[in-house]
Design a protein around this ligand. Structure first.
Ligand code: ATP
Ligand code: MG
Length: 426
């Protein structure tokens, strides 16, 4: 029989990489906690119509990327392709309006795309959403939070911020008209996708990867020229706050997001170190979405970052912390009596030294074979129990990175271990 393999684009994260993920997730959650954001945990499966309503029918995600299916009751369900829709659904469902909410979530998302480096079908995001405040200091905080995160991870030299404003719905409607009028005159010069979008979702044409289309866009009406006074003031407040915080950015008038729900601020953190998959984090303001999903009008803004791309970037820039060994201490016990005593000694050390990374050998075997495993575990220290040690109530204390084995009384072991690891850290 052929062995069963994982689904294309849905990857295992193996132990040699998972520590890096844990590192990234911990840096994120500590930082979010420090800024006063609280975690919300959301289901991975939602009603399909949540996403078609939130993201927009004429988007890549809803048109061709969703994992949608009927469950046994015949309900139309979808594996979430992103987290904002579910977060807004929860916000409405649990009556969270009325007070400012600063929330974050983390977890897998699903999109049926062509898998390549930095693009999976199951991928992971950390997302952050702020509800209840319309002013631009919200976006500014989201952005400085990201900037601090890049510094904490050692990625700040490799990512840059792109910024734009989509204005109000009315601004966008006027811009849309002007853009369609301009592009309709050159319809035959547009790529096939953009021709289709000209009728359905013309703003997405700004996003086109086609060079010919981009050349055409150079002469097209520009979105910033269509902003009303309020949107201009909002954007000016945002850039003033970023300037004051010393965060630099590039204004990109053609930056629109793939999801329909944004208004006013949109931003992306991009890198050129990952080839075509250059966006590591994207977000903006989405004041209309809460109402669109059935709640009372409530302003909101947020972003999501792609963890696979951040892990790749950490590896690419060689800023990833070194992989820790499997254990710091490896307990070797040779012979039946020693194995019994070693097992109990292991537990008593775990009682007295919480946090000690101790692996007790399992499976028996000779001294030599056990020491080999101790070496391979990456531990700094082996503790050795044999018949002599049992009889003398001692333990062999053997530093594995140079140093002689010596005999330590079992009563003094705890102190010796503390001393050894205090020393190691310096
Ligand atoms: P892209 O243009 O790369 O397809 P997107 O605009 O579709 O990205 P968003 O929906 O804004 O992406 O998601 C936020 C972030 O999640 C992206 O910036 C990216 O880092 C990450 N991301 C999105 N899709 C994938 C994927 N299929 N695999 C890995 N990461 C992804
Ligand atoms: Mg995409």
């Amino acid at each position: 029989m052929n062995p069963i393999r994982a689904i294309r684009g849905m990857n295992d994260i193996l132990p040699q990489d998972s520590y890096l993920w844990q590192h990234l997730e911990k840096v994120c959650s500590d930082l979010l906690d420090a800024y006063g954001y609280r975690e919300i945990r959301l289901p991975v499966v939602e009603q399909t119509q949540l996403f078609s309503r939130a993201i927009g029918e004429v988007t890549d995600i809803v048109e061709k990327e969703m994992y949608s299916f009927e469950d046994r009751n015949g309900d139309g369900l979808t594996l979430r392709p992103e987290g904002t829709a579910g977060c807004v659904r929860a916000f409405n469902q649990h009556g969270m309006a009325g007070t400012q909410q600063k929330l974050w979530y983390a977890g897998p998302m699903f999109r049926h795309e062509r898998p390549q480096l930095g693009r999976q079908r199951q991928f992971h995001q950390v997302g952050v959403e702020v509800f209840g405040t319309a002013s631009a200091d919200v976006e500014a905080e989201l952005i400085v939070l990201c900037a601090r995160l890049w510094r904490s991870l050692g990625l700040d030299s490799a990512v840059t911020l792109e910024l734009n404003s989509l204005g109000s719905n009315e601004d966008r409607a006027r811009y849309r008209e002007a853009l369609v009028a301009y592009l309709s005159e050159h319809r035959d010069q547009l790529d096939e996708d953009s021709q289709r979008r000209l009728d359905s979702n013309p703003l997405r044409i700004l996003d086109s990867k086609s060079e010919q289309t981009q050349a055409l866009l150079a002469e097209a009406p520009s979105l910033p020229d269509f902003l009303d006074e309020e949107s201009q003031a909002h954007f000016a407040q945002l850039t003033a706050l970023l300037d004051a915080a010393g965060v630099s950015y590039r204004l990109n008038p053609r930056l629109v997001r793939g999801l329909d729900y944004y208004n006013r601020t949109v931003f992306e953190w991009v890198t050129d170190a990952l080839g075509a998959q250059g966006t590591v984090c994207a977000g903006g303001r989405y004041d209309g979405l809460v109402e669109q999903l059935g709640g009372k009008p409530n302003p909101a803004a947020g972003f999501a970052m792609g963890l696979e791309r951040l892990v790749l970037l950490m590896q690419e820039l060689k800023v990833a912390p070194a992989a820790p060994g499997q254990a710091d201490v490896y307990l070797v016990a040779v012979g039946e009596g020693a194995a019994l005593a070693g097992f109990a000694l292991g537990e008593s050390l775990r009682d007295s030294l919480p946090g000690l990374r101790l692996q007790v050998h399992s499976g028996g075997g000779s001294f030599k074979s056990q020491m080999k495993k101790a070496d391979r575990s990456g531990a700094q220290l082996a503790l050795v129990l044999g018949e002599n040690e049992l009889a003398e109530r001692t333990v062999g204390f053997k530093p594995l990175r140079g140093g002689e084995q010596r005999s330590v009384s079992q009563d003094a072991l705890e102190e010796e271990l503390k001393h050894f690891f205090e020393h190691e850290e310096h």
